[in-house]
Design a protein around this ligand. Structure first.
Ligand SMILES: [Zn+2]
Length: 90
């Protein structure tokens, strides 16, 4: 089986956003992974029990304030080489 793993290639991903402390499921996120530890979250779809704000996407648990982690990360496909988004003029 051939498996192409290109180093430095940015991958799109989806994952569950969960609390490390109380394991509360906040919702599902997707975005682009820039290497092993850096991710850019683009969309956040809240789960049925999430009660916090949607924008910006949550960085802490809406129940206990605990830190979050990405659970069941799935790489979906390689991100486009050149970002199509043009920064908005300030
Ligand atoms: Zn929590």
């Amino acid at each position: 089986m051939l498996k192409y793993v290109e180093r430095g290639r940015h991958m799109e991903f989806r994952a569950d956003l969960r609390c490390m402390v109380c394991s509360h499921f906040l919702g599902e996120v997707s975005g682009v992974k820039h290497g092993p530890t850096r991710v850019a979250i683009r969309t956040f779809v809240p789960g049925p029990h999430y009660q916090g704000t949607l924008r910006p996407s949550p960085s802490r648990c809406d129940k206990c304030g605990g830190h979050l982690y990405l659970d069941e990360v799935e790489l979906t496909r390689a991100a486009a080489a050149a970002p199509a988004r043009v920064p908005a003029a300030a």
